[in-house]
Design a protein around this ligand. Structure first.
Ligand SMILES: *Cc1c(COP(=O)(O)O)cnc(C)c1O
Length: 398
């Protein structure tokens, strides 16, 4: 007997669930790349992508994942030897800084640990010490997908403005765009980086770099600009092949067009509110389980939590035991612990993550929580009662 037959829910923070409409849209023969519908799709997705990030700046689209978009932003902004302040709140700014090491940037890392957001006072001290304005950019994540912390991006802009520091504000919003409230122009973000497989509900394979006029000016000075990643021809293409520096990602574009239709129909404010409510249900459930047992939200303060991914401390080995059970017996794949290694727990087995981003609704989240509740009982991991009751109460009030 198995309880896992039926629709499988990949409840991880990317790739997220892809709507059937998106997948159906992609199921078609190769389209004409010379003229017609595909060209209209490219023209029409640009304004919608800008709407998603709340910007009137430019957006370049790449055939790549988030790592590729990191490289795209890096090569357009910097020259060998440039100083950058990397703000680390988990795994992802470290990942970027490690990846760009061959470019010879001087990345100074401020590490805020695995359970806290960026401390603006520490950033202020680092910027104030830079009296010569050598630091070219601040690089930070909006949401760190490993720790599930959400950083105060408008706070960083206010700090730069107050100090009169000219550094560019570069934000990795791969895990938050189309999930958490994000307002690129209002928040004074110069570069926003994202990818297709999280809030945008499209298979992995497209990367996006949004940039302001100030960032466009930095591109004119950068000596790392390369043929493929150069964002300039991609936003001012005179011939269609220049949009993607070669063959267009035909089927991804059809899928993305459909995903953006879904997003525009719902509206950004309502998308953010839906994620707020669903995240609240997840937090209530984890608090309920944690009332009697080892489970605990990695981020204690709700004001700095992601609304699309929740990282949970489960006690030694319990994360992996629980994930294995719900994956094998309940039709839900939970996210692994990421970047939480310690000497006592070298594989982050004491952690798991729940992805609740993109195309998710109340029954999916309640289903995942119900599967976890069942898994806790089946594996004998101690937990408090009433977690599902607490979650459904949150959603009933939304
Ligand atoms: C997923 C993610 C990335 C990397 O994306 P890939 O597509 O796996 O390269 C980068 N930053 C953040 C915050 C992410 O969540």
């Amino acid at each position: 007997m198995t309880l896992s037959r039926g629709s499988h829910y990949l409840a991880i923070p990317g790739p997220s669930v892809m709507p059937d409409e998106v997948l159906r849209e992609m199921h078609r023969p190769a389209p004409n790349i010379y003229t017609g519908e595909l060209h209209e799709i490219v023209d029409s997705i640009i304004p919608d992508l800008k709407q998603v990030a709340q910007t009137s700046g430019q957006v370049a689209v790449y055939i790549c994942n988030g790592h590729g978009a990191w490289e795209a932003a890096t090569t357009n902004l910097f020259s060998r030897g440039d100083r950058v302040l990397g703000l680390c709140t988990g795994r992802f700014t470290h990942g970027w800084a490690d990846m760009v090491a061959p470019f010879g940037l001087q990345v100074e890392r401020l590490d805020f640990g695995r359970r806290a957001a960026i401390d603006l006072d520490a950033v202020e001290a680092a910027l104030a010490a830079d009296t010569g304005h050598d630091i070219k950019a601040i690089w930070a994540v909006h949401v760190d997908t490993a720790t599930s912390v959400r950083n105060d991006i408008p706070g960083l802009r206010k700090l730069l403005d107050r100090l009169g520091h000219p550094a560019l504000l570069v934000i990795d919003a791969v895990a938050s765009l189309g999930v958490d409230e994000f307002r690129m122009d209002e928040w004074g973000v110069d570069v926003t980086i994202t990818a297709s497989q999280k809030g945008l509900m499209t298979p992995p394979g497209l990367g996006f770099v949004y940039f302001s006029e100030k960032a466009a000016a930095a591109r004119e000075q950068a000596d790392l600009v390369s043929g493929y990643w150069d964002w300039k021809p991609r936003v001012s293409a005179e011939a269609f092949y220049q949009y993607f520096c070669g063959t267009a990602p035909t089927h991804h574009l059809y899928g993305l067009r459909k995903a953006l239709n879904l997003m525009m129909d719902e509206g950004m404010e309502r998308i953010w509110k839906r994620h707020d409510a669903l995240a609240g249900a997840v937090w209530a459930a984890v608090d309920g389980w944690g009332a009697a047992g080892p489970l605990e939200l990695n981020i204690a303060d709700p004001a700095i939590r992601s609304r699309g991914v929740t990282s949970i401390r489960a006690g030694k080995e319990n994360g992996t035991r629980l994930r294995d059970w719900v994956g094998a017996h309940a039709g839900v794949t939970l996210g692994i612990g990421l970047g939480m290694e310690t000497e006592a727990d070298p594989a982050s087995d004491g952690f798991f993550r729940i992805g609740h981003m993109g195309y998710v609704n109340a029954q999916m989240v309640m289903g995942a929580l119900g599967a976890i509740d069942t898994g806790l009982k089946a594996t004998g991991i101690p937990h408090g009662p009433g977690a599902l009751e607490a979650a459904s109460r949150v959603l009933s009030k939304a």
